[in-house]
Design a binder for this molecule. Structure first.
Ligand SMILES: *Cc1c(COP(=O)(O)O)cnc(C)c1O
Length: 398
């Protein structure tokens, strides 16, 4: 029995996880948990999923030795797991296809989800188009204005985008709105959560759909180096790309596992989203986890230069892995992230997502202290094309 990978049957990772739901949502979410368990044990389901990953996403993604980047740092060899090369440009398509397939298996006709900047919405709309499902994405009014291109993309893919004009018109309001719609109509609807967060079974289910990343990386590094890496690391927003990579290495306790969070403009103020570093135990979006929250228990407003990382909670398995000492969580600032972004562009000809650049920034800190025989695997969770306008703006103003 693996020690670090599985939750208990209630979806608890130690004191984290579980399913904290209003009574009317308990039955529909329990139905998802049962369907997920059955699907994972069904070879036909897993075959169909793996075929989509191969033929549609383009897996396996390469494990690429970033030679010039590593040489510049002057220490360990840095390998990049190239999730940026997936169809749609990030790791998110891995779990969106899994959720879409599960929805179909359950006889659902419609996918519903919230999205912040729109990345999850686009990936889910892609899966819906491919699988012949309807798709409805709830997005805060402010985000609809700020992330216009992603709204256009979702609509091109046939999704309906609901602009949420209540409350602060941001991600939290989009979550509430999507949940309310789901509660009113769960007979035909599957809720497609976008990370390893939310009530059980989502943290385990999304991890399992992402675990292909770690399984491939493990096989690839064994083929290239003949041994396991010294360190694996990934950025952590909700924590899905990190859980995907980590799950391939958790049982090998000699491999150091590091999650990298956004310290934003610095940890001393409130312009960051470093949940593990500054958060407290709490309940958020149906799970018990570590949360950045205000005195009154409301989730704090958070900031990161990478919109995919500005979440005031974290997947419960991460909170637990930290507690049992299996994983470490660190943070890097916006400034350090931009430096890492530039260095990868210029040494490797790869434009990384700002989210992924957080992990690169921490690699820049530790690689120089390591020896040239040592190996770091960084999850390059996505490509940075979506970020170029924003980066042009901030670089111009510096
Ligand atoms: C959404 C996103 C993330 C953050 O999500 P996790 O669940 O923490 O992985 C990271 N990288 C990219 C490219 C993303 O689009």
């Amino acid at each position: 029995m693996p020690r670090f990978t599985h939750a208990d049957e209630n979806g608890s990772f130690g004191r984290y996880g579980g399913a904290f739901l209003p009574p009317h949502l308990e039955a529909p979410i329990a139905e998802v948990a049962t369907a997920y368990r059955e699907a994972m044990a069904d070879p036909a389901f897993m075959d169909e999923y793996r075929e989509l990953l191969r033929e549609y996403v383009g897996r396996p993604s390469p494990l690429y030795l970033a030679r010039r980047f590593s040489e510049r740092l002057g220490g360990a060899k840095v390998y990049l797991k190239r999730e940026d090369l997936n169809h749609t440009g990030s790791h998110k398509i891995n779990h969106c296809l899994g959720e879409g397939l599960l929805a179909k298996r359950m006889g659902k006709t419609r996918l519903i989800a919230e999205t912040g900047a729109g990345q999850h919405g686009v990936a889910l709309a892609t899966a819906a188009a491919l699988l012949g499902l309807e798709c409805e994405i709830h997005m805060g009014g402010i985000d609809v204005e700020k992330q216009h291109m992603n709204v256009v993309r979702m609509e091109m893919l046939g999704a309906k985008v609901v602009a949420v004009e209540t409350g602060g018109r941001c991600l939290k309001d989009a979550v509430d709105s999507a949940f309310a719609t789901y509660a009113a109509d769960y007979e035909d609807v599957f809720f497609g959560i976008g990370s390893v967060v939310g009530p059980h079974p989502y943290p385990s289910m999304v991890r399992d759909f992402q675990s292909v990343v770690g399984a491939e990386a493990r096989e690839q590094i064994m083929a290239k180096e003949g041994r396991l890496p010294d360190v694996v690391m990934a950025c952590v927003g909700g924590g899905s790309n990190a859980m995907g990579l980590f799950s391939g290495f958790l049982e090998d306790e000699q491999v150091r596992v590091i999650g990298v969070e956004p310290a934003g403009e610095g940890l001393s103020g409130d312009r960051h989203a470093a949940t593990m570093t500054k958060g407290v135990d709490g309940t958020l979006h149906g799970m018990s986890t570590v949360v950045l929250q205000e005195e009154d228990g409301e989730p704090s407003p958070v900031h990161s230069i990478a919109s995919g990382l500005d979440y005031p909670g974290v997947g419960p398995q991460h909170a637990w892995l930290r507690d049992v000492g299996r994983a470490e969580y660190v943070s890097v600032t916006d400034e350090e992230t931009l430096e890492a972004f530039s260095l990868l562009c210029r040494t490797e000809g790869i434009i990384p997502a700002l989210e992924s650049s957080h992990a690169l920034a921490h690699a820049m800190k530790i690689a120089p202290e390591m020896s040239p025989e040592q190996v770091i695997v960084v999850n390059l969770s996505g490509r940075g094309d979506k970020d170029v306008d924003y980066i042009a703006e901030v670089m111009g103003s510096r």
